[in-house]
Design a protein around this ligand. Sequence first.
Ligand SMILES: C[S@@+](CC[C@H](N)C(=O)[O-])C[C@H]1O[C@@H](n2cnc3c(N)ncnc32)[C@H](O)[C@@H]1O
Length: 266
Amino acid sequence: MTSSFNVHDAAGYEQLMGRWSQRLAPLFIDFAGLADGEKVLEVGCGTGSLTFALARNAALRKIVAIDYSPVFVEETARRNTDPRIEVQQADACALPFQSGSFDRALALLVLHFVPEAEKAIAEMRRVVRPGGVVAAAVWDHIGGMPGMRMMVDTVAALSESGRQLRALYCFKPMMQPGEMERAFVAQGLADVTQTELMIRMDYRNFHDYWAPIAAGEGPLGQYMAALDPVERERTEAAVRDAYEAGRPDGPRSFANVAWACRGVVP
Ligand SMILES: C[S@@+](CC[C@H](N)C(=O)[O-])C[C@H]1O[C@@H](n2cnc3c(N)ncnc32)[C@H](O)[C@@H]1O
């Protein structure tokens, strides 16, 4: 299996994550760096949060965005109006590009959904020219996402399947401290540095938080979709209680931390 990401619907993804990855993209670009005239590869573009943030840099020559999911390729292509952007379906673990054909390869919130993430890093390194940069960011599900931990801890307290969801969710590839840095070094990248990027996810109310998950989006949505109606109702009530935290329903804001790593192709 080359991707563990569950794609239901592009609009649902946008509400679950795209609106927040738009906040993360500029921080990630600052960390990854860009230079005038570059040809950049984006791996795992989703609905284009990073793609269109990159395109705000007028001096870039070309942006090639790939995704494994045809749903996302279609959606990013549909939204695109910039002739420098090319969107295509491809697998991060077998990139259909010649060696050394890009100045930079970036992956935002992708590697934790690639079971063989090391292969994807090796491929990103292969397609970047010597002296070019490979950079990636993944969420820190276990220690840096209290809004989503709130759900997985709640379901873990309710059932054995919830405990299994939590174990999977908290230990996806590249999420442990130093793990991505070690993988970058193991794939032969030089001058490897890792940092943490933080954004907040601000919800208007419980419905705003819950609707994409209830609709089956992402790994938590996939879990909900597999429950029977009684269990779904019990789970929703328990997560609502955790969201409200003893106050009336309304806005809640959660900090979210991503690990980001960058290395240079020798
Ligand atoms: C959480 S989304 C991130 C999307 C986008 N980069 C963003 O920040 O909003 C993860 C993305 O990785 C893509 N993906 C997962 N495995 C992949 C693979 N092997 N090759 C290419 N894309 C992959 C998924 O299809 C999905 O679009």
